[in-house]
Design a protein around this ligand. Sequence first.
Ligand code: MG
Length: 245
Amino acid sequence: MTVMKKYLFLMICSVCPLSAFAQWTPAQTEWYYPVPAKVIPGKTSGAAPSDAIVLFDGKDLSKWVSEKGEKPEWTVADGILSVNPGAGGIMTEEHFGDCQLHIEFRSPAPEKHVGQNRGNSGVFLMSRYEVQVLDADNNATYVNGMAGSIYKQAAPLADASTKNGEWQVYDIYWKAPVFGTGGKLESPAMITVVLNGILIQNNYILKGDTPYIGLPDYSAHGRLPLMLQDHGTPVSFRNIWIRNL
Ligand code: MG
């Protein structure tokens, strides 16, 4: 049975009384193609599966460039990537659309920084839609700018952050916006975020980009790099991988 026939069958099912299908067999509502691609899970929780693109494996920044497209100047030591304050953000060389992203981060010692200046970085899907990275350990700020927020659009559904200095895990599921003729928005971006195993953004539909000042807006674009933010504090990252969807 082709996919089209199956949809037709299911549509008919929804409008006809059950008695009309008294003669049907179970096999008539089962299909075998197309077969989903085989993906081998990572050996441990959080490890990259077989079809992931590993963006940072603890060794180097070969998959990254600076915001200006030059050699990135962030620090790599002991398997950990850290923001080099003042060096600017870094972007992947490869461009992405719909994706699943795994990234682990750790806030630096708080020193005298508070609010948005404590452990601030950001995971920018398509270089323009920010999932906030912030030290949320005893650090009050506006809730639509706290860790796990879609910056200035959506507070997280729960505060799932852990203590300063502990490694934390983002698993992000991203549906890119689609633009049609003349750059018209056909479907907005949608995001699901799991922080430390806890669902904190559930199919949130973005209103646009995530500016510091002003309202979110969309402008047409295609696939774009993933970007990590330099907000002036040495936030650390490790085990970064992405799957194209
Ligand atoms: Mg940020």
